[in-house]
Write a protein that binds this ligand. Structure first.
Ligand code: FES
Length: 159
């Protein structure tokens, strides 16, 4: 087993910040057209030393274990960061202690980055983020086949 696989396994043994956040300020959802996996991230902000910073972050994911491990790392790392600082983090940085992702797994990290950016509203979807924060869980929106368009954004990730 590679170091990377070991670290993913360790992280998955005790994933952090997994689950829906009831009182979130914003939420972002992305789906990967490559593998069909989806990830949703919730953010809650607070005021610290006159700055608006992330108080906590949580996620829900279906499918890939690497995406869950990266999301677990990323949601821990985001605490105390301003929106601007969070936005500057790329998939590799969000992977934290997992280290560099193997080529086949790079899109898993990008899924986490995409959900974060979506939640930060950097793609002008802030309004629907706020709406979906109050409406449904990822499970619900995935099962609501007839109306996924309003709450789920499919982005094309780099190959
Ligand atoms: Fe698709 Fe990991 S295999 S997100």
């Amino acid at each position: 087993m590679s170091d990377f696989e070991k670290k993913v396994r360790e992280t998955l043994a005790n994933p952090q910040n997994q689950g829906e956040m009831e009182d979130a300020d914003s939420v972002g959802t992305v789906g990967s057209p490559d593998c069909g996996d989806m990830l949703r991230m919730w953010l809650k902000f607070t005021e610290k030393d006159g700055k608006k910073v992330i108080d906590k972050a949580s996620f829900q994911s279906f499918g890939c274990q690497t995406a869950i491990a990266v999301a677990s790392m990323a949601t821990e790392m985001l605490k105390g960061k301003t929106a601007e600082e969070a936005e500057r983090l790329n998939a590799e940085e969000l992977s934290g202690d997992l280290g560099a992702l193997p080529p086949m797994k790079i899109h898993c990290g990008q899924l986490v980055e995409g959900a974060l950016k979506n939640a930060l509203g950097s793609d002008d979807r802030q309004q629907s983020n706020t709406e979906s924060a109050q409406t449904s869980t990822l499970t619900k929106s995935m099962s609501e086949q007839n109306k996924p368009a309003g709450t789920i954004k499919i982005i094309k990730l780099d190959e």
